[in-house]
Design a protein around this ligand. Structure first.
Ligand SMILES: CC(C)(COP(=O)(O)OP(=O)(O)OC[C@H]1O[C@@H](n2cnc3c(N)ncnc32)[C@H](O)[C@@H]1OP(=O)(O)O)[C@@H](O)C(=O)NCCC(=O)NCCS
Length: 152
């Protein structure tokens, strides 16, 4: 994401969240260890975006949204896949995020991508008082000896 994307990103943000990020918030997350990427159609139209922070092996997903007319067409999944692949190549293995407990589309997407429920933060969202669910995806330890340790 670049500053020039913000005129398209901000309306998506405002149509997606009760307390939307400001331009300043996006600008603050445009430099490492934060990364932000947009999904674009024909090199111009922004369909959605993902923002995350990668510190050593830990990744925290800070923001993810798809423009309402483009939802349920695989854009969110592609953005998340891109994020996981990007971070995995750079050593990221533990992905975490908070999601409103009532946000069933997002929870459905995260579950489909392999995220599991790891906890709950009561009253985390001050605007509505809603709880946050903490979800994680752990990619470490996927290569195991087939018969456990201690063989040969
Ligand atoms: C959550 C969000 C990013 C999903 O993006 P999307 O492009 O619509 O998602 P996809 O089309 O890639 O869907 C992937 C999977 O997520 C789940 N999903 C997505 N939308 C869903 C919905 N409305 N209801 C139930 N499950 C849903 C499904 O499992 C879906 O797979 P399927 O289409 O094969 O059934 C989008 O709804 C959005 O921008 N919401 C507002 C912002 C937001 O809540 N962001 C997340 C903050 S934590």
């Amino acid at each position: 994401m670049e500053e020039g994307d913000l005129p398209q990103v901000l309306p998506i943000e405002r149509s997606s969240f009760p307390t939307p990020w400001t331009a300043k918030a996006f600008l603050q997350e445009m430099t490492p260890p934060s990364f932000s990427f947009v999904s674009v159609q024909e090199g111009e139209r922004v369909l959605g975006y993902v923002v995350f922070r990668l510190i050593l092996e830990e990744v925290h997903i800070l923001n993810l949204a798809v423009a309402p007319p483009w939802r349920r067409q695989g854009v969110g999944r592609e953005l998340l896949r891109f994020c996981v692949d990007f971070c995995w190549r750079r050593g990221g293995i533990l992905f975490s995020l908070e999601v409103r407990e009532g946000n069933l589309p997002a929870i459905g997407l995260y579950r489909k991508m392999g995220f599991a429920l790891r906890g709950r933060r009561p009253g985390y969202y001050r605007d509505t008082g809603e709880d946050a669910l903490l979800m994680e995806l752990y990619l470490g330890g996927q290569i195991r000896a087939p018969h456990g340790p201690g063989r040969g």
